[in-house]
Design a protein around this ligand. Structure first.
Ligand SMILES: NC(=O)c1ccc[n+]([C@@H]2O[C@H](COP(=O)([O-])OP(=O)(O)OC[C@H]3O[C@@H](n4cnc5c(N)ncnc54)[C@H](OP(=O)(O)O)[C@@H]3O)[C@@H](O)[C@H]2O)c1
Length: 273
């Protein structure tokens, strides 16, 4: 049994379907999940990663756990997994845990707990995801505009379906224990180019609007903790060479190149229509 947390999110939803499609027994976890959110063969269990006790029923009969960085007690979550008989944890972390350890201390704490668990583990450090462009869904739908700061700064954003595919592979295959992978897309794209790609997917131009750093800060602070806002803005505005680099790890895991942003936009055009 594989337990997938974050099962209704951009990554988790696809991961649950991929695993179920290969015949794995899957338990899907999120705070607000119901059985209607998952394929018939999958067990849905509502649990909050901020409350270790709430996760225990989901972990019954679990061999492997796909874990998100959420809540404040990584040791407790890892302990509950061990007590339930889990043998392997795959942690979805952030590239920033490696490149900006101060700003991403929270993810760093989860990485440390997983590394020291005594279980098999693999850490997936994802770069920025293509699905962050959903923040543009409403302005694109309403007036065909997309606003962001650092409009011409390129970063190799990754398709969340590729994160899910990498997750499924490392959960199911041997040979990934003790590995920390950095997951990126196949090429750097700038916010201006991503807005244009969404326009192309729609068949109508999308106007890019350059935001100031302050405007971007105010917007992000509505849904991210402040250190993560600062770290994210630093990556978006002043990326290190490592953060701009295309990582070979998706291809190493999947045996194929990661998908370009334009493909994500084409598959998800309905959200912007
Ligand atoms: N977006 C990026 O650029 C990026 C980059 C690097 C790493 N990441 C990491 O990747 C993770 C997954 O990304 P995503 O796009 O799939 O996220 P998402 O679409 O926002 O989905 C988050 C999922 O986690 C669940 N969840 C959130 N808090 C929870 C909690 N306390 N307990 C249990 N479940 C909880 C949500 O469902 P409920 O709300 O119902 O609980 C949902 O299923 C993020 O959490 C982030 O740590 C993201």
């Amino acid at each position: 049994m594989i337990v997938v947390t974050g099962a209704t999110g951009n990554v988790g939803r696809t991961l649950v379907r991929l695993l179920a499609g290969t015949g794995e027994q899957v338990t899907a976890v999120a705070r607000h999940i119901t059985q209607a959110d998952v394929p018939e063969s999958v067990r849905a269990v509502a649990a909050d990663l901020s409350d270790v006790e709430s996760l225990r029923p989901a972990l019954e009969r679990a061999d492997a756990l796909f874990l998100l960085v959420a809540g404040e007690d990584p040791q407790g979550l890892v302990g509950a997994a061990k007590a339930a008989g889990v043998r392997k944890i795959v942690l979805l972390s952030s590239q920033g845990a490696g490149t900006r350890p101060q700003a991403y201390r929270h993810a760093g704490m989860f990485e440390e707990a997983v590394r020291e668990s005594g279980l098999g583990w693999t850490i997936l450090r994802s770069g920025g995801m293509a699905s962050n462009a959903y923040a543009w869904a409403e302005p694109v739908r309403l007036h065909r505009t997309a606003a962001a700061s650092f409009g011409d700064m390129g970063l190799p954003f990754i398709d969340p379906d590729d994160v899910a595919a990498a997750g499924a592979a490392v959960l199911r295959e041997a040979g990934h224990d003790g590995a920390t992978y950095v997951l990126t897309g196949p090429a750097a794209t700038s916010p201006r180019e991503r807005a244009a790609a969404i326009g192309q997917a729609l068949g109508e131009p999308v106007r890019f609007v350059e935001q100031t750093r302050q405007e971007a800060h105010e917007q992000m602070a509505q849904f991210m903790p402040l250190p993560v806002v600062e770290g994210t803005l630093a990556i978006l505005g002043e990326p290190t060479p490592e953060e701009q680099r295309v990582s070979p790890d998706v291809e190493r895991i999947l045996g194929r190149a990661p998908r370009p942003f334009g493909e994500w936009a084409a598959r998800n055009a309905a959200a912007f229509r």
